[in-house]
Every structure is written in structure tokens, then in C-alpha cells.
Write a protein that binds this ligand. Structure first.
Ligand SMILES: *[C@@H]1O[C@H](CO)[C@@H](O)[C@H](O)[C@H]1NC(C)=O
Ligand SMILES: *[C@@H]1O[C@H](CO)[C@@H](O)[C@H](O)[C@H]1NC(C)=O
Ligand SMILES: *[C@@H]1O[C@H](CO)[C@@H](O)[C@H](O)[C@H]1NC(C)=O
Ligand SMILES: *[C@@H]1O[C@H](CO)[C@@H](O)[C@H](O)[C@H]1NC(C)=O
Length: 294
């Protein structure tokens, strides 16, 4: 009888305990990466048309390369740091169904080089480069989020990851001024973030929504600004829509962006550097003491 009573009490306590709420994390010295562009940066890997409900859904498959890690955070739409999980743009590109993009694959490959990685998702599907010019909503929103990330993360900007341009392949004028707009966008962003040499890893298009794909790709591959590096997504396998990278393509793209990023001199300090240095210092200290007795 007593046992049953005890059991019921336990059940009641269990039922009344609040659900596990993921609270905001206050980082100290976070390495910040800004993710901007359109749908392929927001992520559509694993997104398909459900023929039963006639809606677009994400299959929910998170490959090991994109798994969460307590040291990888994400700045939410409310400007709070939370442990990052796919889909990264779920509360940013709110009118679309988001899936896997390159961000988590990138972060998982660099996290061991930094104490903490902070991703700042800013991408919106279907947007043209003209919408990313200084003074426009998307631009100002990106600057606002980036500044909030530094202010609340006590860290520093490491790079901008940029994948955009599919929507600029439709109109001949958009395609022909793409390079000019891109250079202005990169320069304005660096200047507003007070990081004149901020590394930018951009992606040359794999697909386009219109006929001027080659013109936009040429602009991307020949941007020719210092510390702007281009990786080429052309040839990576696509979803059946012929426009979006699959989940495994996004994993690969994230790794390609890491390779481009780490090729930049001093882009990341090895994690063992500081402990190693302090070990050397203490060794030499003890050596000095020993020397006195010998
Ligand atoms: C879903 O269907 C729409 C309309 O038929 C099509 O435009 C789109 O490309 C499809 N999306 C995918 C991911 O297959
Ligand atoms: C599915 O949705 C699309 C547009 O959203 C519409 O054109 C199509 O007729 C719908 N198909 C069915 C079977 O309801
Ligand atoms: C989503 O759609 C609403 C209504 O059309 C619009 O006001 C809003 O700006 C859209 N948001 C994004 C991020 O596209
Ligand atoms: C912050 O982290 C970076 C590398 O992740 C390191 O180089 C730097 O010394 C750290 N700064 C402080 C104050 O800990």
C-alpha cells in the first residue's frame, strides 16, 4: 500500500516538472561566422513535396557532419545564443521550408580550432542582390544581427559565408551588373562591421532560375577583392527541383568552404597553441629552479 502511494507521488512530481527549456547561453570569446545569401545558403537539403498533403516538408535527416555540438551556437531571430541545430534558418527564412545548408557542416569542421563557434544566419530564399545593397532591409538586418552577435558574444568576426545569385540569372540587367553590386555589397559590409579585411567565402552558383547563369558565375569567379575566396558548387548533386543542393551536397559544400577558409593565413589558431605555450613556460621555470641545485 505504502509503495503504491510512494509510486503515485513520484509520478505526480514527474508530471509536474517543467519541460526542459533550452535557455539562452552567454558566450565569452566566440568566433563568429555570418551566413548570408538565398535559398541554398538557408538550406533546402532534404526538402521535398509531400504529395499527400501537397505541401513542402523537410525529411528531418541530419547527417553526422551536421549534428549539434555544445560549442556551436546560433544567434536566433530574437538575438539570443542557443545551441545550434538544423535547420539553421528556421526562424529567419520563415516563409519557406528550411532544410540542410552548408553552415553546420562548416561549423563542425572548424569548431576544434576555436573555443566556441557562433553562427549568425541571415539568408532569405528567392532574394536578388539588389535587395542586399546598403540601405535595403536585408543588408541592414545582416549588419544589425552581426553587431548584436559581437555585442552579446564578446567575440570576433571570423568570416562571411555567402551563397547567392540564382535570382539574378533571370534578368539580363541584374546579371550584367552583378559584379558591380557584389563588390559594393562586400565593401559596404566590411566597412560597417569595421573589419576592412574580413574573410569572405563565396560560392559560385551550381544552378540558376534563369538563362544568365554563366554571366553571374563569371562575376563570382572573378570578384578579385583581397581576401574574398570563391568555391565552385557547379556539379554538386541537386534535389529533383533542379535548383537546390541535396543534403550530401551541402555537407560537401561546407567542407569546401572550410578548406578555402583555412587556406587563409592565420585564419584559425590551433587549439593546442595556448596550453602548449603555458606548458613550455612552466617547464622552463622548473628547469631554471633545477639548474640552481645542479
Ligand atoms: C514542389 O512542387 C513545385 C510545384 O509543382 C515545384 O515548383 C517545386 O520545384 C517542387 N519542389 C521540390 C523540392 O521538388
Ligand atoms: C498543389 O499545390 C499547387 C500550388 O501550391 C497547386 O497548383 C496544385 O493544384 C495542388 N495540387 C493538388 C493535388 O491539390
Ligand atoms: C513573410 O511573408 C510575410 C507576408 O507576406 C511578409 O510580410 C514577410 O516580410 C515575409 N518574411 C520573409 C522573411 O520573407
Ligand atoms: C579568443 O579566442 C581566440 C581563438 O579562438 C584566441 O586567439 C584569443 O586569444 C582568445 N581571447 C581571449 C581573451 O581569450
Amino acid at each position: 500500500m505504502y509503495k503504491i502511494f510512494f509510486f503515485i507521488i513520484i509520478i505526480i512530481i514527474f508530471l509536474q516538472s517543467p519541460p526542459r527549456i533550452q535557455s539562452q547561453i552567454i558566450p565569452r570569446n566566440i568566433s563568429i561566422f555570418i551566413l548570408a545569401g538565398q535559398s541554398n545558403m538557408a538550406g533546402r537539403g532534404g526538402v521535398y513535396n509531400d504529395t499527400v498533403t501537397n505541401t513542402t516538408v523537410w525529411d528531418g535527416v541530419v547527417p553526422p557532419e551536421c549534428r549539434s555540438n555544445p560549442s556551436i551556437l546560433r544567434l536566433t531571430a530574437k538575438l539570443e545564443w542557443k545551441e545550434a541545430e538544423e535547420p539553421l534558418h528556421v526562424d529567419i527564412d520563415v516563409n519557406k521550408t528550411n532544410g540542410i545548408g552548408p553552415g553546420m557542416s562548416f561549423a563542425n569542421r572548424v569548431v576544434n580550432r576555436f573555443g566556441q563557434v557562433g553562427l549568425v544566419p541571415c539568408s532569405i530564399g528567392g532574394t536578388k542582390l539588389s535587395q542586399w545593397q546598403k540601405g535595403k532591409f536585408l543588408y541592414e538586418e545582416t549588419v544589425r544581427r552581426a553587431k548584436a552577435a559581437v555585442a552579446s558574444g564578446g567575440g570576433s568576426y571570423r568570416a562571411v559565408l555567402w551563397y547567392q545569385g540564382e535570382s539574378d540569372t533571370v534578368d539580363m540587367v541584374d546579371a550584367s551588373v552583378y559584379k558591380k553590386r557584389l563588390v559594393k555589397f562586400f565593401n559596404d559590409l566590411r566597412s560597417d562591421l569595421h573589419e576592412p579585411n574580413l574573410p569572405i567565402i563565396q560560392v559560385a552558383l551550381a544552378t540558376g532560375a534563369g538563362p544568365y547563369l554563366e554571366a553571374v558565375r563569371k562575376a563570382q569567379l572573378e570578384t578579385e577583392i583581397e581576401n574574398v575566396h570563391c568555391v565552385d558548387a557547379m556539379g554538386l548533386p541537386l534535389e529533383p527541383d533542379g535548383l537546390h543542393l541535396t543534403t550530401s551536397s551541402q555537407v560537401r559544400l561546407g567542407q569546401m568552404m572550410v578548406d578555402a577558409y583555412l587556406a587563409i593565413p592565420n585564419s584559425a589558431q590551433p587549439p593546442l597553441y595556448l596550453p602548449f605555450l603555458s606548458l613550455l613556460c612552466s617547464l622552463s621555470y622548473f628547469y631554471n629552479i633545477l639548474e640552481r641545485f645542479l
